[in-house]
Design a protein around this ligand. Structure first.
Ligand code: ZN
Length: 293
């Protein structure tokens, strides 16, 4: 796997090279030494000037923990996530986007399927669905809710077989991977030739370091290890053997927001004077559709 010089066209500044007094770590995506940036708090986020990826080296060295992932199944997190109507609406928004690239009827694998609401909506829409989930409790919930096969385990190490799906989806999951390459390589393996990978991950806006860790996790939940923007996601996808068909960002407004009392917040799109739910770079989430090359 290699990254070609042309891939670095998203750089906005010439690479200055690391100074001797800087703490550097190899970028988990392209291998270039990346310097620590001041992002506030106790986390040491590094930014790769070559590909634009941000990463937390200490977190990247820790394996994802099923027990921590299982926190999402616990009562505390359920309170925050209460209301499957929201998750189903998010699922239908993603399905509408996905459907313009991949018709119903094909085999769809969701990585990090959580409670299984997307799988259930996808099955209802006619996709032949299956899931992968790290947390045992969530895998069981998803099986029951969606009535489809769900493999419990870490995706990179999963034994799913080759070419088992025409579509692989992962919604806000890749940022928890220890490294982009093994995750994307596994996605490539499980896709049939010409199959599509659909990704969504927070847009880290890495030129503004304070924005990186703006969203703090509550409770003993794994924090993101990787911080993508549209440029760094495109580079990682190309390096992993994918042709990027579409890559843009979507605003939080596209997903139904909730007030602190749990009620739905409406009208925010109009309040901010926007008429679109997506934008080439400015939205809170990066999403991409890429074809297995
Ligand atoms: Zn890099």
């Amino acid at each position: 796997m290699s990254v070609q010089p042309d891939d670095f066209s998203t750089r906005s500044e010439p690479q200055s090279g690391a100074r001797a007094d800087e703490i550097t770590e190899a970028c988990p995506s392209c291998g270039t030494p990346a310097s620590e940036i001041r992002a506030g708090g106790s986390r040491r986020i590094h930014l790769c000037d070559a590909c634009g990826l941000g990463f937390d080296p200490e977190a990247c060295r820790r394996e994802p923990n099923p027990d921590e992932a299982g926190y999402y199944a616990a009562a505390g997190y359920d309170g925050w996530m209460r209301g499957s109507s929201r998750r189903r609406r998010d699922a239908r928004f993603r399905l509408a986007w996905l459907g313009s690239y991949a018709p119903a009827g094909v085999r769809l694998l969701e990585v990090g399927c959580g409670h299984g609401h997307f799988l259930d909506e996808a099955r209802t829409a006619g996709y032949r669905s299956a899931g992968v989930e790290l947390a045992p409790a969530l895998a069981e919930r998803a099986r029951r809710l969606a009535g489809v096969p769900v493999v419990q385990g870490r995706f990179e190490a999963s034994d799913l077989g080759a070419a088992v799906a025409e579509v692989v989806c992962c919604w806000r999951v890749i940022e928890y991977a220890s490294s982009p390459a093994p995750f994307l390589a596994r996605a490539r393996d499980v896709l049939a030739p010409g199959g599509l990978l659909a990704l969504e991950t927070p847009n880290a806006q890495l030129r503004r370091p304070a924005g990186i860790i703006g969203a703090r996790a509550e409770g003993p939940v794994d924090l993101p290890r990787l911080y993508f923007n549209p440029g760094s996601l495109r580079i990682a996808l190309k390096a992993a053997g994918f042709d990027v068909i579409a890559c843009d960002t979507v605003f939080e407004d596209a997903f139904s927001k909730r007030n602190s009392d749990g009620s739905e917040r409406t009208g925010s799109l109009r309040r901010f004077g926007r008429t679109n739910l997506s934008d080439p770079v400015r939205g809170e989430y990066v999403r991409a559709i890429a074809r297995r090359a």
